[in-house]
Design a binder for this molecule. Sequence first.
Ligand SMILES: C[S@@+](CC[C@H](N)C(=O)[O-])C[C@H]1O[C@@H](n2cnc3c(N)ncnc32)[C@H](O)[C@@H]1O
Length: 220
Amino acid sequence: MYIFLWIVAIVLIVYAMVKFLKYRPLTPFMPYKYNFGKRRVTFRKVLDLLEKTNAKMIVETGTSRAGLKGAKGDGAATIVFGKWAKENGAFMHSVDISEDSVKGSQAEVDAQELNNHVTVHLSDSLLFLKNFKEKVDFLYLDSYDYSKDLEVQRLSQEHHLKEFMAIENQLHENTIVLIDDCRLPNGGKGKTVIAYMLKNDWKILIEAYQVLLVRKEFKF
Ligand SMILES: C[S@@+](CC[C@H](N)C(=O)[O-])C[C@H]1O[C@@H](n2cnc3c(N)ncnc32)[C@H](O)[C@@H]1O
């Protein structure tokens, strides 16, 4: 009987360790209390690649309207990658069409003292991306909210494709692209843009709740 209990305990401990290693939090980079849930795997990989590629320019569509409180809900990417930018001499632009979202995000950018490394822009993302003249090292697409409504799903998928096409000429051979909210009914935000990218020289590095893509010739 005791041997059986020991075996069960060991199996549970190994299971917990595997889970922890696979989904380990973003500590020490972000405090343990922020749980990035289903985005941890991809956020961690992006942080690793940002360092390896010596990224200097980050662009995000859809800003962290809830600040760090949205770590589990929306993702809080503006703050996570903005903090990385601050610690690594990089710069981040985050664009959002909603005044309220910009206000919420800006408040957290202020609170975290990221202003020298993060600018939150109030604009439609397509307009902003079309006019963006610098090369982008990391592109994060997370704007037009997805929903259960089939027409909203189609519009969201189309919008994310248009965003990619608007900035495509500013992406280089080692640009990293991350797309949020993909593991959702009917393919999520990324369905149409990922299909386009796969036909055009890109490959998937991680396919999870978020999808991480790089060029086929990506060196890192
Ligand atoms: C899910 S939130 C972004 C979350 C954020 N990336 C994070 O990690 O916390 C989506 C945001 O996209 C914005 N949005 C929707 N349509 C947009 C558009 N056409 N251009 C720019 N932003 C848009 C919404 O106002 C909303 O604030």
